[in-house]
Design a protein around this ligand. Structure first.
Ligand code: ADP
Ligand code: MG
Length: 250
């Protein structure tokens, strides 16, 4: 579903991604862990073109988004194609990013209507099913300001799902939440994984990584240091840097 090969990215002179390669199979859940500033968010943002890459290639479902041109720098396919390909991915951020002036339902139906041209009559029942699925149908007509952080994040997940993505990218979806609210968001994500959604999840939740992820990747200083099946990753990490990070986390 995702093939990232040799991805490099700099902000000015600061090289934040260095030869990052990652493949994600259909229905696979990969957790990405690593210290703050290691490039996890930037990598996720590069996958769906919220940032551009300088080096390497990205393919989504076998279609190139960017690949090196004759000079070796990454070149993107035409803008229309970029938009179409990136629509296969939904993203959930740490900070929810709901529209505060819209109700929960309006938040969910907005993009399907404006971006995909789906009619209101068609999208409302679907939005209601998604709200039911994340346990928030009763909050349909509330404004985000009236919701807890955990509820906001579950609305954000429902909103991303309303675009019918093939892949979900999560960037520390529970980092802004109190522990008791974290649980309900992780529960929703676990349900999605059980339905075989392909997911790439940046997280500090080691329990989630261990129990839900098929593979765990460790990033440090812009490099993907190690990736392994979840069981092996936690019981027998190979790299010193991974071991040091896990010692400090667990
Ligand atoms: P993580 O998500 O692992 O904490 P980030 O991907 O957010 O790491 O950041 C990686 C590095 O890139 C950090 O040093 C950060 O300061 C830098 N960085 C991220 N975004 C930008 C930006 N838009 N401009 C300049 N530097 C950035
Ligand atoms: Mg981050």
């Amino acid at each position: 579903m995702i093939q990232a090969q040799g991805v490099g990215k700099s902000f000015g002179a600061h090289r934040v991604l260095n030869q990052v390669s990652l493949d994600l199979a259909q229905g696979e859940v990969v957790a990405v862990i690593g210290p703050s500033g290691s490039g996890k968010s930037t990598f996720l943002r590069c996958l769906n073109h919220l940032e551009t890459i300088d080096e390497g290639s990205i393919q989504i479902e076998g279609e190139a988004l960017a690949q090196p041109d004759a000079t070796g720098r990454s070149a993107y396919v035409p803008e229309r194609e970029v938009r179409r390909i990136c629509r296969k991915m939904g993203m959930v951020f740490q900070s929810f990013n709901l529209f505060p002036h819209m109700t929960v339902l309006q938040n969910i139906i907005e993009a399907p209507m404006t971006v995909k041209g789906i009619s209101r009559d068609e999208i409302i029942p679907k939005a209601e099913r998604l709200l039911d699925k994340v346990g928030l149908l009763a909050k349909r007509d509330n404004y985000p300001g009236r919701l807890s952080g955990g509820q906001k994040q579950r609305v954000a997940i429902a909103r991303a799902l309303a675009m019918e993505p093939e892949i979900m990218l999560f960037d520390e979806p529970t980092s802004a939440l109190d522990p008791e609210l974290t649980v309900e968001v992780l529960h929703t994500m676990r349900d999605l994984a059980r339905e075989h959604m392909t997911m790439l999840v940046v997280t500090h939740e080691m329990g989630f990584a261990r129990e839900v992820a098929n593979r765990v990747a460790f990033m440090d200083q812009g490099q993907l240091i190690e990736i392994a099946p979840a069981a092996n990753f936690f019981t027998s990490p190979q790299h010193e840097r991974t071991k040091a990070f896990l010692r400090q986390m667990l």
